[in-house]
Design a protein around this ligand. Structure first.
Ligand code: MF3
Ligand code: CO
Ligand code: CO
Length: 256
């Protein structure tokens, strides 16, 4: 499995794409409220990306995906399809996953939003998943191994009595959406590929309140928990630097 290392020039373009993807999540925040449909969120993001940012929404037509963003509500783990029939309601949790292409380079990031008064157990699931991602990011530097990343996430998730989704993973990213290596969100320390300066990939853990098992809906895209319980996901695009990591999709609200 060949993993390409980005040059300084390529990293510059990855930085631009990553920042633009993050800015879509910052832009959409005030709209993510009770009463809006996931299709309306898709349309607002699409118009912002195409008309203002001059980027290509990567999901649109990707292997036939019909929309410009993914919207995954409550028991939906990932790849939820925006729909005019899906109205967000008080207490829902939703992941918005944004991927842009700018100047040939991809930036991929997602975060959770709570709608109105979210029950404590759902807040805690979202927050634990966010922290699992940040703990994984913290250990990244040349020499860290992929098993170390998986282990940190699995350890933190399971110590909080959540399960880690196995069938979907993070991925290398650059001039293509999904490349090697696969970034598993579970694993054993000191195993797997050794990270090198210039690698770019996503980490995007999905944690379930119940069992880890997934079910693909008949639309061919929407992935749900088999037991119908809640799921949460956060995602960043990262670059391994000489002595650590750069979060290419960091938002202003974060302090990486
Ligand atoms: N953005 C997703 C990821 O994190 C992939 C979405 S593919 C789509 O890898 F076709 F569903 F949009
Ligand atoms: Co991704
Ligand atoms: Co994504």
């Amino acid at each position: 499995m060949a993993v390409d290392l980005k040059t300084a020039d390529e990293l510059k373009k990855m930085r631009v794409a990553g920042r633009l993807a993050a800015e879509v999540l910052e832009m959409i925040e005030p709209y993510v409220v009770a009463g809006i449909t996931t299709e309306e969120l898709n349309q607002i993001c699409h118009d912002y990306m195409v008309d203002i940012q001059k980027v290509i929404p990567a999901p649109l037509n990707y292997h036939g995906f019909p929309k410009s963003i993914c919207t995954s509500v409550n028991q939906v783990i990932c790849h939820g399809i925006p729909s005019e029939k899906k109205v967000l309601k008080n207490g829902d949790i939703v992941n918005l996953d944004i991927t842009v292409i700018k100047d040939g380079y991809f930036g991929d990031t997602s975060k959770m939003f709570g709608i109105g008064d979210v029950p404590y157990h759902a807040q805690r699931l979202m927050e634990t998943t966010r922290i699992a991602l940040s703990k994984a990011i913290e250990i990244i530097k040349p020499g860290t191994r992929l098993g170390d990343i998986g282990h940190v996430i699995q350890q933190y998730a399971e110590s909080n009595h959540y399960s880690v989704v196995r069938e979907y993973c993070g991925h290398g990213i650059g001039t293509e959406f999904h490349t090697d290596p696969q970034i598993l969100h579970f694993g054993r320390p000191d195993t797997g590929m050794v990270l090198k300066e210039g690698m770019t990939f996503t980490i995007e853990p999905m944690l379930n309140a119940g069992k880890p098992h997934t079910k693909l809906k008949k639309d061919g895209w929407t992935v749900e928990t088999r037991d119908g319980r809640l799921s949460a996901q956060w995602e960043h695009t990262l670059a391994v630097t000489a002595d650590g990591v750069e979060v290419l999709t960091a938002r202003n609200e974060e302090n990486f």
